[in-house]
Design a protein around this ligand. Sequence first.
Ligand SMILES: N[C@@H](CCC[C@H](N)C(=O)O)C(=O)O
Length: 286
Amino acid sequence: MPHPLDDRPILRMNGAGNEILVLDLRGLGHVLAPQEARAIAAAPGLRFDQLMALHDPRAAGDDAFMRIYNIDGSLAGACGNGTRCVAWALAREGKERLSLETAAGRIETRRVAETQFSVDMGRPRLDWREIPLSREVDTRAVTLAPPVAGAPAQFSAVSMGNPHAVFFVPDAVAIPLETLGPALEHHPLFPERANISFAQIVARNDILLRVWERGTGATRACGSAACATLVAAARAGLAERQARVRLPGGDLHIEWRADDHVIMTGPVEFEFETRLSGALFEGAPA
Ligand SMILES: N[C@@H](CCC[C@H](N)C(=O)O)C(=O)O
């Protein structure tokens, strides 16, 4: 009996450099196990930061339900760059606007140019319980206790459907991401771990950002982190409610609208399409 994913098409893309796979499972009824996601990541050419698995919509009017996997097989509630890639993939079916559901809620996408998409990432969640944090704090300025050597003493916490900690620093490029990232991702303040951002305010509408992603590590871009950073910077009075956020893999434009929704606009790039082989999953549950 062949594995249900044998010969299934899969798209390799990137969103501002964030490495994304899009796997359309609509009509199949198969839910990827974490081991299966990790097996795909280990296949030649298929390493990913996030794998966006599309499932049949659960609600009338939606185009798909998305499960979002990190490279370690864990699930994320949101992925801005991956969502733009999904928007590109479904635009091939003639859909220029999408309504997509994830574990964290509903998001909407809109094509703004051939390879540029806007995503309404919804409302930021700012209560410590929603992020979540392990103790009651004002999320605008959380003291990092216990401290981590080399990390700033305070950060701002925001959920964009996934947990983000934003550290404002004078020089984002100088940050030793590979050592601070994992120490902070697993800090006891974050019961569900966290995505860790180091943000340098260049001007009130221009932010330089480097991100250590929960479940993945250092990436060339993170859309939800860019949204969280803009929200944190605006709350701290450091930035306007819209800004360019510059990441190693490209720029994103983020706007925190008056209606509280955060809109992210940025590029996608299609790299190639291939087919999965059932042999990848030998030893992983079907
Ligand atoms: N790259 C993504 C976010 C990634 C999700 C994250 N690693 C998590 O587990 O929350 C983006 O573009 O938003």
